[in-house]
Every structure is written in C-alpha cells, then in structure tokens.
Design a protein around this ligand. Structure first.
Ligand SMILES: CC(=O)N[C@H]1[C@@H](OP(=O)(O)OP(=O)(O)OC[C@H]2O[C@@H](n3ccc(=O)[nH]c3=O)[C@H](O)[C@@H]2O)O[C@H](CO)[C@H](O)[C@@H]1O
Ligand SMILES: [Mn+2]
Length: 343
C-alpha cells in the first residue's frame, strides 16, 4: 500500500510539474558564431517569458472594473479569435507598469533611415525617447547608409542606440521590402541574444502620446488608419493569385500597416523570414505585390493571427481627419513630398 502511495505521489508530481512548466516563447535555435556587427557586447541575455505568472503586485488603488460596464462601447475591443484590440480608455497603465516592471525585459526597435529619410531620424528618436516605453529598457537599432548624419540625441538611461550601416537601393520599394530580410538576418545573428521583444517601425513617424507596455505581446499588428472601416473586398490586399501575397476574395480580417508590427523575437523572426521568402519568390516570377512587403505582412497575419492588435491610434496618418473614436494620436506619420523624398 505504501509503495502504491509513493508511486502514485511520484506520478501526480510528474503530471503537475508538466502542467506547471512555464509556457516558453524561447527560440529553438542553437547559438551560432557569426561575427557581431553592432557595437555593444552581444552576450546572450535571459529571454524573459512574460507568460510566466506575474509576481505579487503592490497594493494599488484604481476604479473597479464591472463586467456589465464595458470601458468602451463605440469600438471593437476583441477580435473574433479573442486578441485584445488596444484603444485609449480600455486599460490602466499603472497596473500594466506594475506588472511589467518586475520583468527585466528588453525591447528592440528596428528602423531604417536610408538616403533622404535620414531627415526623419531626429523627430523619430527625439519623440520615441520621450514617449516609447518610458521607464523600460529599449534598444533602438537604426539602419542607415549615412551613419555620419545621425544627430546626437541624449537618450534616457534605459534607452540605447545602435547605428548599423546598411547599403542603399535605387528603388525605394526595395529599401522598404528588404527591411524584412535585414531584420530576419539580424534576429538570427544578434537580436535573439539581446532582446526579448522586437518591433519594426517606419522612420517617417513621430510619437505624441505614451506608447507603453500595452503593446507587448507574442505577435502584434497595427490596424491601418486608412482602412479600418472598409469591407474586406475593398481593402488594399494583394488579390492577384500569381503573387505569394495573394489573399483570396472573401477572406481578410483587418488591414495591417507595415509601419508598426512586432512581438516576441522568435515570432518576428518567423514573420520576417516568411514575408521575405514571399518577396523573393515574387521577384523570381517578375511580380511585385501591390503594397510591397505590407501585402506580404497582411497575408502572414491573416493565417498567423496576431495575439494583440493595436488600434489606429498607434499609426495615425496625418492626411486623415481624426474621427471621435480615435481619442488620441499616439504615433503619426510626418507629412512628406513623396516625389522629392524618395528620389
Ligand atoms: C503606414 C504604412 O503602412 N507604411 C507602409 C507604406 O508606405 P509609406 O509611404 O509609409 O512608406 P515609406 O516611404 O515610409 O517607406 C517605408 C520605410 O522604408 C524606409 N525608407 C524608404 C524609402 C527610402 O528612400 N528610405 C528609407 O529609409 C523608411 O524607414 C520608411 O519609413 O508602404 C510601404 C511599402 O509600400 C511600407 O510597407 C510602409 O511601412
Ligand atoms: Mn512611412
């Protein structure tokens, strides 16, 4: 009887232990020895797993939530696959910060300033230093063909800037599309050791309000400010079946902007690798998708559902008149003369 009890105990402990293993989003690759390109040491860091239970929070005072009083009734708060859609008025940043401060995670931001786009660096970095994940560790990775033109900016102590030289291409579309390849390669060679989460952002934007840990999740897409109310068949998806970015008629969730997406470093690796594979196969067939890598991103996010969606507050196009449901403009494009800046 005693033996049976002991054996039973061992079995139960095994089962419980198995189910209590933290869900991991760690990378499955083996470390490889590739010479590092960016400046600071690239020692592997602990990959923070935010799915682990958060530690005990301090006592806090805030308005009580009620199940029969939704925070907002004018916008969709959750996707049909139960991913939250982040809108002003739906979360309490103090609670989120208290949860996340206990995690020593690092967020990477990849951005490109090639050719004339160096003019956007100052506005981007200056505003991101102030409004992007303030109080949290952020590494900005700035790819440029003009490192000497990067203005010096006093960054907050928890923020770091890495300037990475990159070649330019004669066509702006190639600069934009090749970001997928460069990001994928850098995750493999460096970033998987350096950051837990990675976000890709256009450089021709500025931040006007705080963008905090509400953006952190495994796979995150931003709903385009141009197309957030359009029926799927009039969105800008690539519909020509010849392209690897093609989405068949009758399919599509939201239209996602390529200017701001991200997630865990391993999910962004999968996304960028898959999107660039699509770009490469299209090139081999003499095809370029309607909105370049943004078309491939939209296809990817249709079949790999994002775990969190950012509302158009997180990329507002300056050309548009802001309706009432967009209560804040956190990040917005800088007006530019396309003919002048791209050529
Ligand atoms: C808001 C949004 O969804 N933006 C997307 C959209 O147009 P955009 O008009 O926003 O594209 P864009 O001109 O900003 O180019 C995308 C990014 O590529 C970089 N760049 C581009 C050209 C250049 O000469 N130098 C340079 O550095 C820079 O980081 C820029 O922000 O479509 C593009 C591809 O068609 C990209 O998918 C953009 O992410
Ligand atoms: Mn842009």
């Amino acid at each position: 009887m005693k033996k049976v009890l002991i054996l039973g105990g061992i079995l139960m402990a095994g089962i419980l232990g198995y189910f209590h293993l933290p869900h991991t989003n760690k990378l499955s690759w083996q470390p490889i020895s590739i010479p590092y390109i960016s400046q600071p040491s690239c020692q592997p860091i602990r990959q923070t797993d935010l799915n682990e239970t958060f530690s005990v929070l301090p006592r806090m005072s805030y308005p009580q939530p009620f199940v029969d009083k939704p925070q907002r009734t004018d916008v969709l708060l959750v996707s049909p696959w139960l991913a939250p859609i982040v809108w002003e008025g739906t979360f309490n940043r103090d609670i989120l910060n208290a949860q996340y401060r206990q995690k020593n995670f690092v967020v990477g931001v990849a951005t490109f300033a090639v050719k004339k786009y160096v003019r956007f660096i100052e506005g981007f970095l200056g505003s991101a230093n102030k409004f992007f994940l303030s109080g949290h560790r952020v590494n900005f990775y700035l790819f440029t063909d003009h490192p000497e033109k990067v203005p010096s900016i006093n960054l907050a102590p928890e923020k770091r800037l890495f300037i990475i030289p990159v070649q330019n291409y004669s066509r702006w579309q190639d600069i934009s599309m090749n970001r997928m390849d460069i990001i994928s390669n850098h995750i493999h060679s460096h970033w998987r050791y350096e950051v837990d989460y990675l976000y890709s952002m256009d450089i021709d934007v500025q931040m006007f309000e705080h963008i905090g840990v509400e953006i952190i999740d495994t796979l995150v897409g931003t709903i385009s400010s141009w197309q957030y109310t359009k029926p799927r068949d009039s969105n800008s998806y690539e519909r020509h079946p010849e392209s690897r970015a093609a989405i068949p008629h009758g399919e599509g969730d939201f239209y996602y902007a390529a200017s701001f997406y991200g997630g865990s470093v391993s999910e962004v690796y999968k996304l960028t690798t898959a999107c660039f594979k699509g770009v490469t196969e299209d090139r081999a067939n003499g095809i370029e998708a309607k909105w370049h890598e943004e078309s491939h991103l939209n296809k990817y996010l249709l079949y790999h559902k994002p775990t969190r969606l950012l509302s158009p507050e997180y990329y507002w196009d300056e050309e548009l008149i802001r309706p009432r449901i967009i209560r804040v403009k956190r990040l917005s494009s800088v007006r530019k003369d396309l003919q002048e800046v791209r050529f």
